[in-house]
Design a binder for this molecule. Structure first.
Ligand code: HEC
Length: 257
């Protein structure tokens, strides 16, 4: 329609005269078969079905792979090695390199990610060429590929170099057991120095495991107390047999009934 043509002036305004107005009916799409459909119910039903399939799939995934829960966070535990979720592993890994950590943490935490994400943010303003084919835009395509390769590599490195066994150990949920600190066995535990490594609540720490629910019998504990085990040095216990019995039955008593 040519602008202005077929327009009749009504008073001072430029409203179409009633005879020129089009009736208010929706456009007829029958000339595009298969290209369009009614919103209700056809389109909505399809949307709903896709949503339902996605939801069921997602549900099955969470049931099959429950989110790993760890023990309650303890800010005083400096030995705990935290790990971000997988999508931040590449940034985490970056902070491990000597040129991006220690005195250069700012480089790893701000400068490098800042350049990368800042560049992405400014890309529409910097690169205003009309060309759309990736092959014709070597700088943009190259930077994106470089970033992609770097992210995949760093993520892989983070996974490969993480101490997963230690991570599982440090995050273990230890059943809360009420320690009777008035028990004579606990007094021996304290006086013999076991407490220095195994902790005030026998929770472990600094490389020593918890003594709660070890599953060990009193005799086995006695042997370890005197002879040591693995990284635990021998000869720590220097008391008499009576004290040893009190100590070992106390620790044995922490086993799950
Ligand atoms: C110098 C630190 C240190 C002291 C002190 C110490 N332990 Fe240990 N203890 C360890 C370490 C480390 C281990 C883990 C040994 C291993 O398996 O490599 C351990 C392991 C144990 C275990 C075996 C736990 C298990 O689940 O297998 C027992 C039981 C034990 N200690 C009892 C004692 C008793 C009782 C005392 C006091 C007489 C004591 N410890 C003092 C460091 C210590």
């Amino acid at each position: 329609m040519h602008r202005g043509k077929g327009m009749k002036f009504v008073g001072d305004s430029r409203v179409l005269a009633p005879s020129e107005r089009k009736p208010n009916i929706p456009k007829d799409y029958s000339e595009y078969p298969g290209k369009t459909e009614a919103f209700w119910p056809n389109f909505l039903l399809k949307e709903w079905m896709v949503g339902a399939v996605f939801l069921v799939g997602f549900l099955s995934l969470t049931v099959a792979n429950p989110a790993p829960l760890e023990r309650i966070a303890d800010p005083t535990d400096t030995g705990y090695i935290p790990l971000p979720d997988w999508y931040f592993l590449f940034l985490y890994q970056l902070l491990k390199y000597s040129y991006a950590s220690g005195p250069y943490t700012v480089v790893g935490a701000m400068v490098i990610p800042g350049i990368a994400f800042g560049g992405l943010l400014l890309a529409p303003f910097i690169d205003r060429g009309p060309e759309r084919r990736p092959i014709k835009r070597p700088v943009a395509t190259g930077s994106m590929l470089l970033a992609l390769v770097a992210m995949v590599f760093l993520t892989w490195q983070a996974v490969a170099t993480h101490d997963w066994k230690k991570a599982e150990e440090q995050g273990k949920i230890v059943a809360k057991v009420n320690i009777n600190k008035a028990d004579e066995g606990y007094q021996v535990f304290k006086n013999q120095g076991c407490i220095n490594c195994h902790g005030e609540n026998l929770q472990g720490g600094a490389g020593a495991p918890t003594l709660i629910n070890t599953g060990l019998k009193a005799e086995e504990i006695a042997k370890i107390a005197k002879n040591g085990k693995g990284k635990m040095p021998a000869g720590i216990f220097k008391g008499n047999d009576e004290q040893l019995k009190k100590l070992t039955t106390f620790i044995e008593g922490l086993n799950k009934k």
